[in-house]
Design a protein around this ligand. Sequence first.
Ligand code: F6R
Length: 258
Amino acid sequence: MKISIFKSQQQLAAALAGRIVRKLREEPRLVLGLATGRTPLPLYHALVSRHRKGETDYSHATTFNLDEFVGVEPAHPGSYRSYMREHLFRHVNLNAKRTHFLDGRAEDLDAECDRFEESILRAGGIDLQILGIGCNGHIGFNEPAAELLPWSHRVKLTLASRKANAGFFDGELRKVPKEALSMGVATILHARQIVLMATGPQKAEIVAKTVTGPIATRVPASLLQLHNDVEILLDEAAAADLRRAGLVGRRRGRLHER
Ligand code: F6R
């Protein structure tokens, strides 16, 4: 795993946005895997500002989002579709037909997951998957468990994940859906390139476990160690435990200071 540490989350976001802008120029038909949550907000902000400067053309690009709540209308402010529309899609020239989500309102949720996997295959696979990480090590909604499901599937959300999302549901836990659909760990690991972003002190411990610990389904992000093109982008706060333990710059991962 390659580990890059940035002085701030803005610098991290600017660097990753720059890389996506370059990739998009080289491959206009880029297939991006996208995450929601707090962490990628500065990235989407940076991508929007580069687009406004006329630096990007998304008209041939395709996106697949990692996850979506079950039973939530696309227009609901808590849906991940709304999040993407608000923070990226309405600001850039992506073709709506090429922005893909798992549909949490589908009648047959298993068939919906199969349909989503087939769409990824039809698009030629994901070129670059952007990930955040939960404080418990989840990626997408693949929560710590004795077993993980490989492909897109229905997930029962943990209390912690529901609490983390309450802000989008009037701050009321009872309104947060109990289930979601999520890409599986194999869906994620099949992306050609993976970039995991983590910022803030609350992510320091899980980042250290993810990068240096054993591969364990109890830390879903640790499975990323199996992929041969993964980069972990951290701000100083999220890198604190790695630094404290002297675990960067040695045998695990290449360290790139920015
Ligand atoms: C969201 C997703 C989640 C988040 C994770 C971190 O699409 O896939 O795994 O990346 O919960 O969330 P934040 O960034 O809000 O700390």
